[in-house]
Design a binder for this molecule. Structure first.
Ligand SMILES: Cc1cc2nc3c(=O)[nH]c(=O)nc-3n(C[C@H](O)[C@H](O)[C@H](O)COP(=O)(O)OP(=O)(O)OC[C@H]3O[C@@H](n4cnc5c(N)ncnc54)[C@H](O)[C@@H]3O)c2cc1C
Length: 381
């Protein structure tokens, strides 16, 4: 049986074969960045999937991009090292000016520039994004940025970063979602930006950022001033859908590993897979992944058709992250003690997939979105 986009799947799997479990295990042990892997993906054109052909990319949709991310995770790797480029691209593509697209997209497609970072989260406001305190004040032909961000990923392995900052104080806007803007920050030449890496549970390059009078040329504003939050939401829908696909890739990896191991492992004179107590949770994980996958395709189709997809993107991320986390638990459990040995890679993938209960949006916030925006229940914050 072939899956949707089998040609893309086969090609990404072939590339991933050059980066087997040992590669990612070593990178994890060393808390290093999988530079060779990301370079290979870039050279093969996969990270330029969403860039239109006229700018040197392959002009594919979110559905195809999601398959690329899924296959990386399904092969035992971690798209977290490079998925930023996919969804940040969408923001630039949909809201950037013709000049910005001409300036950046061909270089991103060729690998000369990396657009892997997006800075939204702040330490004192968390998920309450409209209260962000980082400001960008227009002074002549520049915006001057002051403030702080936290958990900003891949900054040390990116040339450009999309930054969300307040350009009009919260007190001066009628709707709290207005008065924020997004900018392209050139990280290669960013005076007034201090980057402090955060050691964390996953091998995920992520940082605290401190802005002290960082100057950004006015031409680096994306779209209209004050409308940045709206633009970023579009990008967040792409991000959630891609991460749903990554979780599905993780989940399938866990189910495959659990299936193979339990058929081979003999205890009490028979393969442990013969016990229904062992089989059922694996089967349950498979069912939940299949269901999450349906919602992921629905989100992709709506996004690619430029239709509203907030509910579907959030629900796909919720279902897929839950299914992959449950599959991770099952896989660990059926491996008994061996699941804890680093050489089996399960504990690494277990840590990696756990992140998606919290980032890029936590489960509670998705439930809150669905309660309020889909079911019309009262606003709680
Ligand atoms: C490894 C990693 C990488 C990341 N990369 C990036 C990045 O590249 N760019 C970026 O901008 N951000 C990034 N983030 C930040 C991430 O998006 C946030 O951590 C996430 O959105 C949660 O925000 P918070 O940590 O501030 O939690 P908080 O907002 O402080 O929430 C803490 C907990 O309280 C719950 N909660 C809060 N309010 C409510 C409520 N009203 N009702 C019910 N429950 C509530 C939340 O669900 C959560 O479980 C990253 C985070 C991590 C851990």
């Amino acid at each position: 049986m072939t899956d949707r986009y089998q040609d893309i799947r086969d090609a990404v799997r072939d590339l991933c074969k050059q980066f087997p479990d040992e590669y990612f295990r070593k990178i994890d042990e060393q808390r290093a960045y999988p530079a060779a892997f990301v370079d290979a993906l870039t050279q093969a054109g996969w990270l330029a999937a969403l860039i239109p052909q006229e700018y040197g990319g392959s002009g594919l949709g979110l559905a195809e991009a999601s398959v690329i991310m899924e296959e990386i995770n399904r092969s035992g790797g971690n798209s977290g090292a490079c998925h930023g480029q996919m969804y940040n691209m969408g923001t630039l593509l949909r809201h950037g000016s013709a000049e910005q697209k001409r300036q950046y997209l061909p270089k991103i497609a060729s690998g000369e520039l990396r657009l892997q970072s997006m800075a939204v989260t702040e330490p004192s406001t968390g998920t309450d994004t409209t209260k962000i305190k980082t400001t960008a004040q227009k002074k002549g032909d520049r915006y001057v940025v002051n403030g702080q961000k936290v958990w900003i990923s891949r900054v040390q392995h990116s040339d450009l970063m999309i930054l969300l900052a307040r350009t009009t104080p919260l007190a001066d806007v009628t709707r709290k979602s207005e008065g924020m803007s997004i900018f392209i920050v050139d990280l290669r030449d960013a005076k007034g930006l201090t980057v402090r890496p955060i050691a964390n549970m996953v091998n995920h390059e992520t940082n605290e950022l401190f802005f002290e009078n960082l100057e950004i040329p006015v031409e680096n504003l994306i779209g209209q001033e004050g409308k940045g939050f709206k633009y970023i939401l579009d990008g967040l829908n792409a991000e959630r859908t891609l991460i749903a696909a990554e979780c599905i890739g993780d989940g399938r990896w866990f189910v495959d590993r659990a299936t193979h191991y339990t058929k081979d492992r003999v205890v009490f004179g028979r393969p442990i897979a013969q016990n229904q107590g062992v089989q059922f949770p694996i089967a349950e994980s498979h069912i939940e992944l299949e269901a999450a996958d349906l919602m992921r395709w629905k989100a992709c189709e709506l996004f690619d058709a430029h239709q509203p997809c907030g509910a579907e993107a959030n629900m796909a991320k919720y279902l897929a992250a839950k299914a992959s986390w449950e599959a991770a638990n099952v896989c660990l459990q059926v491996h008994g003690g061996f699941g804890f040995a680093a050489e089996y890679d399960i504990e690494r993938k277990f840590r990696e997939t756990r992140l998606y209960q919290v980032a890029p949006i936590s489960t509670n916030l998705i439930l809150s979105y669905v309660a309020e925006h889909v079911l019309g229940l009262p606003k709680s914050f």
